[in-house]
Ligand binder design. Sequence first.
Ligand code: SF4
Ligand code: SF4
Length: 365
Amino acid sequence: MFDLEKMFGKKFSRRDFIKYSSSLAVLLGLSEMYVPRIASALELVVSQKQPVIWLHGAECTGCTVSFANTHYPPVAELVLDTLSVQYHETLMAASGHQAEQALKDAVRQFAGKYIMVVEGAIPTKDDGIYCKIGGRTFIEIVNEVAKDAAYKVALGTCASFGGIPAAGPNPTGAKGLQDVIGGTVVNIPGCPAHPDWLVGTIVSVLMFGKVPDLDNYGRPKLFYGKLIHENCPRRGGYEQGQFIRSLGEELPDIEGCLGAKGCRGPVASADCPHRLWNSGTSFCIAAGAPCAGCVEPTFPQTPLYEAIPEVAKVAEAEETDKREQAIGTFGASLGGAVAGAAAAAGGIYFAMEKAKNGKNGNEEV
Ligand code: SF4
Ligand code: SF4
């Protein structure tokens, strides 16, 4: 029997532990029958603190703020108690030379064991001089820390795909982590990323000793396996041709679809509709804002309030049969029903945007 109090450094009952294990099962989308397995896996992992080195590049630090606001406080607590965050520029008390030394010491001491989390894009133009920390370029720091990392995680759309720092004309040549270091990188995009997506990924890695299944863009299928559109509360409006024509408008009998106002839900893969944000309160579409597709490599290059051409056709169809035909054509282009594979959808949309713009917009100038 393991000593919970010793492991967590506080009063912690077996009942609390099972409760933690149940909330982790929910977080990971597993059924109750997995709770005993999760509990025994946790017994193993919490006895040895997992070192984490968390680096910040070209970004706004929003993903750290989002992580700190995780809506499963016990899970965040558990993860923070289980992890040993050796270096985190925003949260650590040390600064200046002391902080730089802490990074060097952590890399040396935990070589081969630590999880590297990168938040923010990596400016690569002119040898990376546009992002320097402690006199060294971020590209140099990232390459050095990546060498001995057990797992590499890109947190947020900037670290995953370049995001806002890489938006055209991308004067600093900002890129995502995978484009810079290659190899296996777990991308957890989002602007910001949902705290559960990081907590769940780390817990999954710690419990199963490997990265979860990833989609074509390196995102855990666990959280990014379905299109927003599949579980959208406004889907009825889409099917019935009830579209919101000006933001803030409310339709009398139905939640109107935001597709005519540029919603990217049909081509963005994430579990926002059922995970919800702000402590499970709501999410963009439920709050009346079109999904901006913030988890996709095309973000923020796609025009925010401009309808996807195929959705515009659905919204413009005046007769039911024409609308059904437009829905069917769009669904087929996405690899079956609109509820088809997320990866296929992302790929087709990416190609569509590329064809439209002549490039993905994230290239260096
Ligand atoms: S287009 Fe957007 S608002 Fe409309 S059903 Fe799809 S996800 Fe929901
Ligand atoms: S609904 Fe869309 S824009 Fe909003 S957080 Fe989810 S993926 Fe991002």
